[in-house]
Design a protein around this ligand. Structure first.
Ligand code: ADP
Length: 332
């Protein structure tokens, strides 16, 4: 029996942030010891929102360099460009025939846009392209082409993963056999939703994110911008509803967490000093990664080589699966 398969992707829509790291990258890297890992840069997903070729290309390098700086070993784990694997798009077309339109209507991301449009007196589908509307189908193809067992993602992707399972089940049910493996989302409770500067989910779409590799000085300034309530220095504060504390817990040791918790509860600590403590643990963890990242991002030909090799292997695996499926469904 081969190893189980782990699969996940990140869109090249800007610099990866702390939410991406704890929600997806770190858990995904931890799986690379025991699983066959297939991680990709979701550039066709990014195309739905980014139409500038230079931007998408640069961001692809940034995402790839992030994976590598955080410890992805290309000898052990696949890392590739989604757009280089043609079979994914054929599988996506196949999956369309098994995806009720109503399922897409219910996707959270799509529903959020239509709700916002209606609230602002625009047509419900204003600014929605078909790539965005059918996004969960392409995502299902990304995952199902490898017969993936687990998909490490943040909580925001839970519903899309359920859709992947629905679509796969529709296929297996129709052909009365398991043509496609049913995958499982891997969502860790402790890092399911990392908060951003304003307390909402950290996201590039909300512009409330902390980039992973910001230089120390800029990082300090950004942390000082975290939005807090108007409690005075003297007042005791609740660590469990504070986004500074939530972020601190991700980077600090158990003892440091207990100490800061006590300072919150005791009162006499202002938000400024809580932010300073957050900056210190964050910078301590991110500095060595930043050094590696800067080295890697300055060597684009190295990144291209890794991505080309990964893409070739991914294409080989995915096209085998596609050949198998074509025959099974009567097309080959
Ligand atoms: P964004 O929401 O910033 O556009 P992506 O959609 O590219 O990021 O997400 C890439 C991965 O990072 C996904 O697995 C997603 O669930 C995870 N992720 C993104 N933001 C967060 C967050 N705030 N907390 C936890 N995981 C997150």
């Amino acid at each position: 029996m081969g190893k189980k398969i782990s699969c996940t992707g990140i869109k090249p829509t800007g610099t990866p942030h702390i939410g991406n790291y704890f929600g997806a990258i770190k858990p995904a890297l931890e799986l690379t010891e025991d699983y066959d890992a297939r991680y990709f840069i979701a550039d066709y997903h990014a195309l739905n929102s980014i139409k500038d070729p230079v931007e998408i290309k640069n961001s692809t390098y940034e995402v790839a360099a992030t994976w590598l700086a955080c410890g992805l070993d290309p000898a052990k784990a696949l890392i590739y460009r989604q757009s280089s694997v043609q079979a994914t798009f054929e599988l996506s077309t196949l999956l369309m025939a098994f995806t009720p339109k109503g399922l897409m209507n219910r996707a959270h991301a799509y529903k959020a846009i239509t709700a916002d449009n209606l609230e602002n007196n625009r047509d419900a589908d204003d600014g929605v392209n078909m790539g965005l509307f059918t996004y969960p189908i392409l995502m299902a193809a990304d995952i199902l082409q490898f017969d993936s067992d687990v998909v490490p993602v943040g909580k925001d992707q839970a519903q899309h993963l359920e859709m992947t399972v629905d679509i796969a089940q529709n296929i297996n049910y129709n052909y009365k056999k398991e043509l496609i493996k049913i995958p499982q989302a891997l969502i860790r409770d402790s890092v399911a939703t990392i908060p951003g500067l304003d307390g909402r989910k950290m996201s590039k779409s909300y512009n409330n994110y902390i980039p992973m590799f910001m230089e120390s000085n800029k990082l300090r300034k950004l942390i000082m911008k975290i939005i807090t309530n108007s409690q005075t220095v003297e007042e005791p504060k609740d660590p469990d509803t504070c986004n500074i504390f939530s972020l601190f817990k991700l980077f600090a040791t158990k003892t440091e967490i207990a100490t800061l918790r006590n300072k919150y509860l005791a009162g006499g600590m202002g938000w400024g000093s809580a932010k300073k403590e957050l900056f210190e643990v964050m910078d301590r963890t991110l500095s060595p990664l930043r050094i590696r990242y800067n080295e890697i991002i300055s060597d684009k030909s190295y990144i291209d080589k890794i991505l080309d090799e990964g893409s070739l292997k991914a294409q080989e695996i995915a096209s085998q699966k596609m050949n198998f499926l074509r025959k099974e469904i009567g097309l080959g």
